[in-house]
Design a protein. Structure first.
Length: 563
């Protein structure tokens, strides 16, 4: 069967599935799933898994489920569930009626545990957590049997029922699988299946005080949903024998196959959920959706597009070996998408006032400006022009260097879409020496589109009319960490935080056309970068997040390396 709707180039997972289809395994059927735990927001690493699982299902005419693996009530919440649902949908994927929860199967999972006990393959163990670790052994030394390992089936059934009934304290006993304490794979040394946890579950309330462990619930949930290919990251490779053992003991007929791929590691970023929780709880960021966070919610709020994220996931591909992906590639994908779709507008981030002395005091003109220079179908907008303007503070220098192409003494520049102006004088703050305003003259014969007069004007700068400018707060976001791989710092990773990851400009201006722009809208501020109206903080004011700058070092490198 030829794949369709290919999101990823050919990869080893695709090849495995093709061979399975040729062999008529699972009757030629393909079913995948994306199974996050609802104990935090999903991030760019999850986005890769989402694109892979949903993409493979689409390629082979199959189906992909969305399942919340909610086996641990501590830290799980409806907020996280809803964020996951919203983010997967925003990325462009649809699971139809196939939204499931591991908690849907709690009754069935309990029955599975009883089956293992009755088969003599599970037992209630009274060792505490420290003792279980000691008995488990090391990577070089085998474990030793628990003194409770050989309890009778009847005793284990009774104890397990009493665990469920609440007769024992949290941590006083657990249910363990009876596999092999001498296994070279530590995972297989009688792993815990159920533990006592008196925590109300966000879906089942206080019905249960014992909960299945992830490794037990995950594989059996796959089997109950008739998943054919259980695609996960390499960190679960050692767990695969346990995955298969549970399925082999308890499932008849077709069984899911676990396949591992390399997880995403992104430079200047941490993707460990534990580390992300620390960032949020310690106040280093303003929540899970902070635009500096690598969460889908954070990238969405910052202004990244779902198309750019999907293109990034396709560009990095699927591999068996882990590596550190340059964040520049992600930024390149964002720029490439916004370059095609974002309207062009003018904004002044650090304003310097310009008075055009020979322009009539009350006169206002309107310039018809293209929304995109290469896309006439995106239309035009009217931009007002008046005697008083704002330009960028850095677009004027009293003593400019030789190759400076902006405004200065004796210099002319063209105002984008408008006239050529020439510097005349300035006014400074007498105390600080800061320039407060500059005075210029304009040449009315140099209006944009007028016949050329032979004058060579090298500099073009952007501007906004002071009378019509819309006040704005602009947030300049940078990378959250100062080093390419913060994970190398271990528990000291906080010391690698970038103290300049956010700069807030509170006195900026945008052109009048953005007065009624809606939250979430994206624009290219000419010469400055791509910006998005913040979807959370823009009520009653205009707050813009910098999505990404215009400079694209990665894109230039990629272009140079093309054959």
């Amino acid at each position: 069967m030829a794949p369709s709707n290919n999101l990823f180039p050919s990869n080893f997972i695709w090849e495995i599935i093709e061979e399975d289809i040729k062999a008529n395994k699972h009757g030629g059927r393909v079913a995948t799933r994306f199974p996050p735990e609802p104990n935090g927001y999903i991030h760019i690493g999850h986005a890769k898994s989402i694109c892979l699982n949903f993409g493979i299902a689409a390629q082979f005419g199959g189906a992909c489920n969305l399942r919340l693996d909610d086996t641990d009530p501590a830290g799980e919440s409806l907020e996280y569930v809803q964020s996951i649902i919203d983010d997967v949908r925003w990325l462009g994927f649809d699971w139809g009626e196939r939204l499931f929860y591991a908690s849907d199967y709690f009754d069935k999972l309990y029955e599975f545990a009883v089956q293992l006990i009755m088969a003599g393959k599970a037992y209630v163990c009274d060792l505490n957590a420290d003792e279980i670790r000691q008995y488990r052994g090391t990577f070089t030394e085998p474990g030793k049997d628990s003194p409770y390992r050989n309890r009778s089936v009847e005793e284990n059934l009774d104890l397990f029922e009493r665990m469920r009934a609440g007769e024992f304290a949290d941590g006083s006993c657990v249910l363990r699988a009876k596999i092999d304490m001498a296994s070279t794979n530590v995972i297989m040394r009688d792993p815990i299946i159920y533990r006592i946890k008196r925590e109300p579950h966000y879906r089942t309330g206080k019905k249960w005080i014992i909960y299945p462990m992830y490794d037990f619930a995950h594989c059996l949930s796959d089997a109950l949903e008739k998943i054919t290919h259980s695609i996960c990251t390499l960190e679960f490779e050692n767990n695969r024998p346990l995955y298969d053992w549970f399925v082999d003991q308890l499932i008849m007929g077709d069984r899911p196959q676990q396949i591992e791929f390399a997880r995403l590691n992104l430079s200047y970023t941490v993707l460990s959920k534990r580390r992300l929780i620390e960032l949020v709880e310690n106040g280093h960021v303003a929540g899970w959706d902070d635009p500096r966070m690598p969460t889908v919610a954070g990238m969405r709020r910052r202004g990244y597009t779902p198309e750019a994220i999907r293109n990034f996931c396709a560009a990095i591909g699927v591999a068996k070996n882990e590596n550190l992906v340059d964040i520049g590639l992600l930024e390149h994908c964002v720029r490439s998408d916004l370059s095609e779709t974002a309207p062009r507008v003018m904004s002044v981030l650090n304003p310097l006032k310009v008075i055009i002395d020979n322009y009539p005091q009350e006169k206002v003109e309107e310039f018809e400006c293209a929304n995109h220079p290469q896309k006439p179908e995106m239309g035009t907008r009217k931009v007002p022009f008046s005697r008083a303007l704002y330009i960028e503070y850095d677009d004027f220098m009293e003593e400019p260097p030789k190759k400076y192409k902006r405004l200065g003494p004796g210099r002319e520049v063209r105002l984008r879409n408008a006239y050529v102006i020439k510097y005349q004088s300035l006014r400074k703050d007498e105390r600080t020496g800061k320039i407060l305003e500059i005075h210029c003259t304009y040449d009315p014969q140099t209006r944009e589109g007028a016949p050329p007069d032979g004058r060579k004007i090298e500099g073009v700068i952007h501007w906004v009319s002071a009378r019509h400018a819309v006040p704005a707060e602009v947030r300049l976001y940078d990378r959250l960490f100062n080093v390419p791989d913060p994970s190398m710092a271990g528990d000291d990773f906080m010391e690698t935080l970038n103290p300049n990851s956010l700069e807030t400009l509170s006195s900026s201006f945008v052109e009048a056309s953005l007065k009624d722009a809606a939250p979430g809208n994206r624009y290219q501020f000419e010469r400055l970068g791509y910006f998005c109206i913040d979807a959370k903080d823009s009520s009653g004011k205009h707050v813009f997040n910098r999505i990404v700058s215009l400079r694209d070092t990665w894109g230039k490198i990629a272009a140079q390396n093309k054959p």
